[in-house]
Design a protein around this ligand. Structure first.
Ligand SMILES: [Zn+2]
Length: 235
């Protein structure tokens, strides 16, 4: 895609010790100077300045904000912007990162969708806001649904499973349920009018691919975190 840069980190590279490697979060007990060095490495590889990034301070909500400048934005889990050069970044380790771009209207979004955000339809709300407040056309939007905990591994209990529509959760018996977060998010995009052919799903599961990805479910709260980033370039 012309005029846009989008990417996601893995756990490889980076300077952090103890298996954190390329950890990009300041909130997991990693030394701040390591995180800064890692972020510089990752952003440089993308050709993006770390100073141009805007981050939601994520809280597993379905709140979406439209932003115009770099910095941290509390109490939301998705950012939308029409500003060229502003990088939108979400932090993930098992949760689903979703990057959206309307190349005609030139508006982009980065969405963090764990099970709560997915059930709360945050990606549908983000697309609706792109349309209503930024003039985007869902028929033009391209979407990337990134590596995340897959339906192969991501297990929830009955109270959580019951919040998913039947087609998006597998009942494995014995009270074990496996929702398919990526597929439910894709269905939400399609329901908002984003064409099937313009939605790419990365098939990787972060939980069963320990060599490549950080995973909260596998490694716990001190797991490293990855970033998914989108930045519109000058047309
Ligand atoms: Zn898996």
């Amino acid at each position: 895609m012309n005029n846009v840069c989008a990417g996601m980190s893995t756990r490889s590279g980076g300077v952090s010790g103890g298996g954190l490697g390329m950890n990009l979060s300041y909130r997991v007990g990693d030394a701040p100077e390591n995180v800064s060095a890692n972020r510089l490495q990752f952003f440089e590889a993308l050709g993006v300045s770390p100073a141009s990034a805007a981050y939601p301070i994520q809280c597993h909500s379905n709140r979406v904000r439209i932003v115009h400048s770099p910095g941290e934005y509390p109490d939301c889990d998705a950012l939308i912007s029409a500003e060229t050069g502003l990088a939108l970044a979400v932090t993930v380790a098992d949760c689903v990162p979703i990057l959206l771009f309307d190349p005609v209207r030139r508006v982009a979004a980065a969405v963090h969708a764990g099970w709560r955000g997915t059930v709360g339809q945050i990606v549908a709300l983000a697309v609706a806001q792109m349309i209503q407040e930024c003039g985007a056309n869902p028929g033009h939007i391209v979407a990337f649904i990134g590596p995340a905990a897959g339906a192969c591994c991501y297990q929830v209990d009955a109270p959580v499973a019951s919040q998913f529509p039947d087609p998006f959760v597998r009942d494995a018996g014995n009270g074990k349920y496996f929702p398919d977060l990526k597929r439910f998010n894709k269905a939400q995009l399609i329901a908002q009018g984003v064409p099937h052919a313009q939605i790419e799903i990365d098939s990787d599961c972060t939980m069963c691919n320990a060599a490549k990805y950080h995973s909260y479910r596998r490694e716990g709260a001190s797991s490293g975190r990855m970033l998914a980033v989108i930045q519109m370039k000058l047309p």
